[in-house]
Write a protein that binds this ligand. Structure first.
Ligand code: 13P
Length: 251
């Protein structure tokens, strides 16, 4: 059966000291609480090793926010999947819309990143979702389908089973305007249908599909109550322990 997951994407926020403090704070709260979802923190690269050391991996898993599409070598400024793995991180976010928009990552580049991450033994958290203009012109299903097909659907069923999906409509990210439960459920159900066609019913049932975009304690319960929404990838509300815990406790 698929897992419920709440993951925090810190984006480019928090110094190393602030990040360690937040990770320790969450770890301490979670030591004394029973929660019904897996928890993942995705701090900046510079914080990965330190945070992986201060958290209990049974309570909190650690993810990078990106990885290079090259394995190693003369690529100044890049961070490889293998380097990420060596910090103690178990996951890596790939294909976030901010990478697609500001750093021109294409479905092809994202596909290469996914392949390298899997080869290295990291679990990709694959983000996909449409722009506002694409939704307004009623092309959201087609856009999402193309993103899945071009970046993921060449994978073997075994590799595919290591992936977490995260639907993040770009118009909902950081805007305070979350997708409605109906909008999220409609895309999640559509994606599960695409998975079923490509990989069969078992894989479709077992794949975790998160929702991301202005998810907060006040709307998480409703979003997560949807049949095909298996948790959230949280930006802004993951930067404060009480808010992030509020979302975790929605399960
Ligand atoms: P917000 O929760 O800040 O809208 O960000 C969502 C996101 O991009 C998570 O990856």
């Amino acid at each position: 059966m698929r897992k419920n997951i709440v993951a925090g994407n810190w984006k480019m926020n928090k110094t190393l000291q602030e990040g360690i403090h937040l990770a320790e704070e969450l770890n301490n709260i979670l030591k004394n609480k029973k929660v019904s979802c897996d928890i993942i923190l995705a701090p900046p690269f510079t914080h990965l090793a330190s945070i992986a050391q201060v958290v209990d991996p049974k309570l909190i898993k650690v993810a990078a926010q990106n990885c290079s599409d090259k394995e190693q070598g003369a690529y100044t400024g890049e961070v490889s999947a293998e380097m990420i793995k060596s910090t103690g991180a178990s996951h890596v976010i790939i294909g976030h819309s901010e990478r697609r928009q500001y750093y021109h990552e294409t479905n092809e580049i994202i596909k290469n990143k996914i392949t390298i991450a899997l080869k290295t033994g990291l679990n990709p958290i694959f983000c996909f979702g449409e722009l506002l203009a694409e939704r307004e012109s009623n092309r959201h299903f087609e856009v999402v389908k193309t993103q899945l097909h071009e970046s993921l659907f060449a994978l073997s069923p075994d590799d595919f089973s290591k992936i977490v999906l995260s639907y993040e409509p770009v118009w909902a990210i950081g805007t305070g305007k979350n997708a409605s439960v109906e909008q999220a459920e409609e895309i999640h159900a559509f994606v599960r249908q695409e998975l079923q066609k490509k990989y069969g019913q078992q894989v479709a049932n077992d794949t975790t599909i998160l929702y991301g975009g202005s998810c907060k304690p006040s709307n998480a319960k409703e979003l997560f109550s949807s049949a095909d929404v298996d948790g959230g990838l949280i930006g802004g509300a993951s930067l404060v322990a009480a808010d992030f815990m509020g979302i975790i406790e929605s399960f």
